[in-house]
Write a new protein. Structure first.
Length: 115
């Protein structure tokens, strides 16, 4: 199993920045893809960005150029640097880790962007 703990959420004004962190523990040596998803009120959970153990990244179109995902394999931590935040980025952000055939989730951290 894999345990994930997110941190770094909070309240920020539009145009501001936040950095989310996700610390992983457990059978992490078998985890390839780690990612960030978000779920806004009344909406489905959606992919924000993901990253492989080799460093290949993938982003949702809505965050390209504003968000950056990175991974420190030595610290078993994945980060999401969020810049130029918009009110529509408001959501609970969840960290994920794929240990096939399962996907593990953190409990989430709330990001609120005020206009």
């Amino acid at each position: 199993q894999v345990q994930l703990v997110e941190s770094g959420g909070g309240l920020v004004q539009a145009g501001g920045s936040l950095r989310l962190s996700c610390a992983a523990s457990g059978r992490i040596f078998r985890v390839n893809v780690m990612g960030w998803y978000r779920q806004a009120p009344g909406k489905q959970r959606e992919l924000v960005a993901d990253i492989t153990s080799g460093g290949s990244t993938n982003y949702a179109e809505s965050v390209k150029g504003r968000f950056t995902i990175s991974r420190d394999n030595a610290k078993n931590t994945v980060y999401l640097q969020m810049n130029s935040l918009k009110p529509e980025d408001t959501a609970v952000y969840y960290c994920s880790a794929d240990l096939l055939p399962l996907r593990y989730w953190g409990k989430g951290t709330l990001v609120t962007v005020s206009s």
